[in-house]
Design a protein. Sequence first.
Length: 91
Amino acid sequence: MTAQDFTSATYGTKAITGTDAVTGSFAGFYAPVDTVIAALVINGASVTPATYLGSATVAATSLISIGGYTNGIFATSITLTSGSLVAIKGA
């Protein structure tokens, strides 16, 4: 995902804070602060954040994308341990 994809955010964005699961169809995320992801679900299948994203910790100002988002593969649920994210809606 490029910065241009993020700024266009065709389908909108959603702020994610707290430690409750947040559901939706998310193509990617921007981390305004250092953030730790506790759980991640991709198209209904639970995955390990560290394995899927390379790390469960997302550094502040990082922009991460869900692999395959252009083909309808989205994060359908995310749970944080700490920090916050701005989710980029995929549909």
